[in-house]
Design a protein around this ligand. Structure first.
Ligand code: SFD
Ligand code: AMP
Length: 640
């Protein structure tokens, strides 16, 4: 497009995204880049202070190992994660994050994040691994430190409101990224010696529970649209755990968190008949042994027990807030003044939990006259999301650290640079890297630091600048701006710009994707159930959708971004469907059930299911990788 200026930025390390992992990467990269005289460039589609999953703030830091207090070991954490993921995890990656995460948390505190302390000055734990925070401004604090580190060291440059579309390649090596400004007509070409993808996970691939009345409302932030998955797939990187979606149980309709209720307030959830599915459905857990027997019960199995109640018509499911608050307050019964004070304190903690992290849930409570100390609130399973940093596991297959490998794992899990994908020069962290769940906000920050340090090492040892063909850049520019051209060419064909025989607007395109994923790939409508025939149909419909993506039309820059977000979603969807088809078992009931393979098959499927798109041939490949232990077998039970 003639009126689109092309701006070329040459850098050494390119950090894509401005979320938790990117902020960790920025702090670490600033240090190492200064030592080596390198340039670092960070690009975020939004503004770092409020971008990504932590935009609204959080009420807890979910990963803190507490190594200094001697409370836990790295191995304890690895055991917890492996069990929660039904045995499927890369122990080397999880351990690497676990041994570094505490220092990220200590940095947050140093930068001004209020972490709750008890009377003895010790951190207040929500659960064994979680710390309570006053976290409304969590992201602001972490972003400010990242920006300061990059800008004050003189090594860094930050681009905000620039949407990254895809990779720039020099043969098999990642040579940077291309994208566009969402505010002015500028096409950006970032050329880099190493690129770190940290563009979060993906939402709105499945139809959300909310309809027109609450369009866009979901647990996961609407602005993370699968850009990490698209970027790594299009670069030709091997992906892992693409079937391991995450479904959180949340306060219904506004997605308030449940962790504080279950762990801190020790609340129960009961069905409409007053039954507690966690107790009544205990025998079901045996079907999923050995993972059904561990403590805490894996997140997907906790979901599944509740889902069985709902399927039997025993819904709604309620979080018994009034009961939990009363139980705690009752311990102060003897002293009326203390009792009154405690009740006030509990009430305020309950509201703050939402106000810190999911303000809409507090608004819903207010709008429905809900007083948590008096009345239960409904909880429900959300639609599926892709968030490898939480209790899902999807992401790129990355190299682990050398020092944590055994003779057996080294050939499988290590290829030179920690957190480098199978594509040379392309590193991943946070939601972008897979098989290393339960890193959450703090672990993603720590992993960003690990990956940035490793990427700098790569640059120092492989210093040549990649070469990028000018024609390839022009081709990418034409392809990326095409939705604007399609709109201009055909807008006169109808009077309503939303309806046109020659094009499809991104919103309609998204609805098509969501409907097919919901119905065929096990969304809410299908009660999270699918089978081979349904998945085959999903692939057929995805192929048609892909064909029509060529007709996406954008009337402005905002819609251009929406167009590409939905292309990103579509690729994440395809990787998911292909891997669901590939894994011939049900391993994570509560996330999904393959009704044609309804049991877990440890013998055949205790493996990673990986996939790869070949950019040269356009073919997909699915393959297994072995699950190898880094730590010896656990004998003692792992506590909650
Ligand atoms: O409990 C592009 N998470 C929680 N973690 C905790 O530690 N405690 C909690 O209390 C947590 N809760 C929670 C959490 C997540 C969500 C969605 C909710 C509640 C509602 C998990 C963490 O938030 C999560 O693990 C980390 O944030 C992951 O970090 P990272 O860096 O992988 O993702 P990000 O922070 O979302 O950042 C993504 C960045 O990429 C940008 N971006 N930039 C350029 N071009 C593109 N095309 C881009 N696409 C995306 C984004 O702008 C952003 O900067 S609890 O309730 O579960
Ligand atoms: P959530 O608010 O559901 O994201 O939970 C916050 C943290 O608590 C995460 O680390 C969860 O894995 C964990 N968690 C939530 N509910 C439970 C539960 N019932 N048992 C054990 N851990 C839980």
């Amino acid at each position: 497009m003639a009126d689109f200026e092309t701006v070329v930025v040459d850098t050494d390390l390119l950090i894509l995204g401005g979320g938790m992992a990117a902020c960790g990467a920025a702090v670490e990269a600033a240090h190492w880049a200064k030592q080596h005289g390198l340039k670092v460039t960070l690009v975020d589609k939004a503004v770092m202070e409020r971008s990504g999953a932590v935009a609204m703030g959080l009420s807890a830091i979910n990963q803190y190992v507490g190594l200094k207090d001697g409370a836990n070991t790295v191995k304890n954490y690895v055991d917890y994660v492996r069990n929660d993921l039904m045995g499927v995890t890369r122990e080397d990656l999880v351990a690497n994050i676990a041994r570094h995460v505490d220092s990220s948390v200590h940095l947050f505190e140093q930068w001004g994040l209020p972490i709750w302390k008890d009377a003895n000055g010790q951190y207040v734990h929500e659960g064994r691994w979680q710390l309570m925070i006053n976290g409304e401004s969590y992201k602001v604090i972490v972003a400010e430190a990242a920006k300061t580190a990059l800008l004050q060291s003189g090594v860094g440059q930050i681009f905000e409101r620039v949407f990254i579309v895809g990779p720039l390649m020099d043969g098999d090596r990642c040579a940077g990224a291309v994208g566009f400004s969402v505010r002015e007509n500028t096409f950006y070409v970032f050329k880099a010696k190493a690129t770190l993808a940290t563009m979060g996970g993906a939402v709105h691939i499945f139809k959300p529970r909310s309809g027109g009345e609450g369009l866009g409302r979901a647990w996961y932030p609407p602005w993370n649209a699968g850009s990490s998955a698209y970027f790594t797939l299009k670069a030709g990187a091997e992906m892992t755990c693409q079937e391991v979606r995450f479904i959180p149980i949340r306060f219904k309709d506004a997605y308030g968190p449940v962790g504080a209720w279950f762990l801190l307030f020790k609340s129960r959830a009961t069905n409409a008949l007053g039954g507690n599915y966690m107790v009544e459905r205990q025998p079901e857990l045996e079907r999923w042994a050995p993972y059904g027997r561990v403590k805490p019960i894996p997140a997907n199995l906790r979901n599944f027990l509740g889902m069985l109640d709902v399927a039997e018509g025993k819904g709604p499911i309620y979080m018994r807030t009034e009961e939990a608050i009363q139980k705690i307050a009752d311990t102060y019964k003897e002293d009326p003044a203390a009792y009154k004070k405690k009740m006030k304190e509990l009430e305020s903690e309950a509201w703050e939990d939402f106000l810190d992290m999911t303000i809409s849930q507090a608004i819903l409570w207010a709008a429905t006259d809900t007083q948590p100390e008096q009345r239960s609130s409904e909880i429900a399973a959300a639609e599926p999301y892709f968030i490898g940093s939480h209790s899902g596991a999807s992401g790129a297959w990355v190299s682990g650290p050398e020092d944590l490998q055994t003779d057996e794992t080294k050939g499988q899990y290590f290829w030179g640079y920690t957190n480098m994908s199978t594509v040379k020069g392309l590193f991943c962290a946070g939601d972008a890297s897979g098989a290393s769940s339960h890193k959450f906000s703090s672990g993603s920050h720590a992993e960003g630091r690990i990956a940035a340090k490793s990427a700098v090492k790569f640059i120092v040892e492989n210093g040549t600048a990649p070469e990028v063909d000018a024609e390839a850049i022009e081709r990418l520019k034409t392809e990326i701006l095409k939705p604007l051209a399609v709109y201009e060419q055909h807008k006169g064909a109808t009077t309503d710009p939303e309806v046109n025989p020659h094009y499809i607007k991104p919103k309609m395109f998204m609805f098509r994707l969501q409907k097919l994923m919901d119905e065929y790939a096990g969304g809410v409508t299908a009660q999270f159930t699918t089978n081979e025939a349904l998945l085959g149909r999903a692939l057929d419909l995805l192929a048609l959708l892909k064909e029509d993506s060529d007709k996406l039309a954008a009337s402005n820059l905002h819609e251009l971004m929406r167009s590409w977000e939905n292309v990103h979603r579509m690729w994440q969807a395809e990787a998911h469907v292909r891997t669901l088809l590939f894994r011939q078992e049900t391993r994570w009931p509560g996330y999904y059930v393959r009704s044609d393979k309804p049991s877990m098959d440890e013998e055949a499927w205790h493996v990673f299911a990986n996939c790869r798109f070949d950019p040269k041939t356009g073919n997909w490949e699915t393959l297994t990788r072995p699950i190898l232990r880094v730590f010896a077998e656990e004998t003692a039970p792992v506590g909650a």
